[in-house]
Design a protein around this ligand. Structure first.
Ligand code: NAP
Length: 297
């Protein structure tokens, strides 16, 4: 890209990229979307993924300047963003670290932070846990989108051992993406996302399980035909990538169970009110929901 074009594409979110090279491992929805936006803002992006086809698509789509299967190709990178599924983040760092210069900053995008930070920090001291709070129910490089992170929170979870220069580097990238950076402890992140992300996935998937129990096939079929916007909104996150849902449950088990227990209590309270025809109680609960929603969204 010519210099003039790069500056034009940088837009209002850009920080001067000073020819910074960013490596991305895992060119799927999140890795590909990061690559698309970082390249448009003037960063040089080197990608690594598992499949040749994915690498070729990433370059063709403009999500990476170059992409390969070789972690060694990331040796020149100043910052590397790990965008693989949660269960291969640690082993990726084990294989990657021998290729890197000591000042390279590593960060990840995993949706659980406590166990991931605990696993990677001893492997690479210049590591900052991260989680861009954006996504959708699609997966793979063809699902990558421009501006996915615009105006979305981007959580950083440094510990007392994380070098502050590394945190600053990743914060700059988040700002360049148009995101709003937040800094918190890994376990605070995990408890917060249990409420607003992981609990809704389990609630939403349980909704499908419940609907399957309708005994009369004709009624079940009618329900499927009548499903509209309300069902679309409440079921969306339960109909997404099963691998992601499974990994968030495995890695954030404790916080997820705590939020599910609380949710079960809430359901039991509502059931007791309806059974007891406590319509004032039902109305107050619904009113509280209407009042609380703007606090979250
Ligand atoms: P995805 O679309 O399935 O992308 C993951 C990519 O990683 C795959 O396309 C795969 O590429 C690649 N990959 C898998 N194993 C690999 C390995 N061993 N080495 C190199 N590449 C490998 O999933 P995603 O939604 O982008 O999620 C990726 C990460 O983002 C996860 O850690 C997740 O927790 C986090 N996250 C997801 C969301 C969301 O809403 N989806 C939001 C925020 C954060 P190939 O095609 O080459 O196999």
């Amino acid at each position: 890209m010519a210099m003039g074009d790069a500056q034009a594409a940088m837009g209002t979110n850009a920080v001067p990229a000073t020819a910074m090279t960013v490596g991305i491992v895992g060119l799927g929805l999140i890795g590909g979307s990061l690559g698309l936006d970082l390249r448009r803002r003037g960063y040089r992006v080197l990608g690594v993924s598992r499949k040749v086809l994915t690498c070729d698509r990433a370059v063709a789509r403009g999500a990476a300047d170059e992409a390969s299967l070789e972690l060694a190709s990331l040796a020149p990178a100043d910052v590397i963003i790990l965008c693989t599924p949660l269960n291969v983040l640690g082993q990726t760092v084990e294989l990657l670290r021998c290729h890197l210069k000591p000042e390279t900053v590593l960060t990840d995008v995993g949706s659980v932070k406590g166990p991931i930070v605990e696993e990677i920090e001893p492997l690479w001291p210049n590591f900052v846990g991260g989680h861009p709070m954006a996504g959708n129910t699609e997966q793979g490089i063809d699902a990558a989108l421009q501006d996915l992170f615009q105006d979305r929170p981007y959580v950083l979870t440094p510990t007392e051992r994380t070098p502050s220069a590394a945190v600053e580097r990743v914060r700059e990238l988040a700002i360049a993406l148009g995101s709003v950076p937040y800094v918190c402890a890994p376990d605070e992140h995990d408890r917060a996302v249990a409420w607003i992300s992981h609990l809704p996935v389990m609630v939403s998937t349980s909704l499908f399980q419940a609907c399957r129990r309708e005994e009369t096939p004709a009624v079940r079929q009618l329900a499927q035909q009548l499903a509209s916007s309300g069902f679309r909104d409440t079921s969306r996150v339960g109909g997404g990538n099963p691998e992601l849902g499974l990994l968030m449950a495995r890695y954030n088990r404790e916080a997820l169970l705590a939020s599910l227990t609380s949710y079960r209590q809430s359901l039991e309270q509502v059931m007791a009110m309806i059974e007891g025809e406590d319509w004032t109680g039902v109305e107050a609960t619904l009113q509280q929901g209407a009042d609380d929603r703007p606090l979250f969204l």
